[in-house]
Design a protein around this ligand. Sequence first.
Ligand SMILES: [Zn+2]
Length: 279
Amino acid sequence: MPEGDTIFRAAATLNRALQGQVVTRFVSVYPALTRVDSDTPLAGRTVDGVESRGKHLLMRFSGDLILRTHMRMSGSWHIYRPGERWQRPRADMRVVVATATYEAVAFTVPVAEFHTSASLARDVTLQSLGPDVLGDTFSIDEARGRLRAAPHTRIADALLDQRLLAGIGNVFKSEVLFESRVAPSASIASLDDDTLTRILQVARRQLQLNVGHDQPSSTGRRTTGRLNPDERLFVYGRAGDPCYRCGTPIVLVKDGQDARLTYYCPKCQVVGSNPVERV
Ligand SMILES: [Zn+2]
């Protein structure tokens, strides 16, 4: 499942390829999009820029038109040279934005809609997004305030709640909590400000580490800084394997609202795990 780093990287790649270029062709399987295209054609418009907002991707065109897409579980944007063979079947194609030099293809994106800047400003899903962990204007204080507003939420669930904090998915949730030494079951109320600050700093650093130009794809995420490809992550996907810090077997639990997987070290991650403090 794409997390904020994947979307951020996709937006940066699309932006480098398309910004300032004139659209030569637009194709979509979604009638709501093709209707806008036939009324007010995309061809001839300039791509003003592409950016990510949490897990949403925004492609801005001249003439106040914005394409918002969301990848959900399996969607992705690819960029190809004209005539280059696509890496996914044509049946998975949902949107194509072509210029003279590139062809941007969205595969199996379940959410794709056009907006004007006015309608985007009213868009409930976007407006309710918490601070974007990868955003230029990310503020630790603001993010901590959002978390504090949900005192009874388990920290593992809070990190996934895009209304509290935008950009973190299941992999980074486990990795951030391990590096912060915080128990996944800890309620927000049981964590002091210094601990919440540490969690947020670690989250931003881990995601930033994964968005550089030369970083591997989502399958190559890393948080440990180790070069060995088998040791890229602290705990995610390592159930039963020894903790890199203390040797205790990593535990996997399936819980929370969507029964999401959480990996953690029961010995290292004790902050907030005191039963007395549990809510
Ligand atoms: Zn450990």
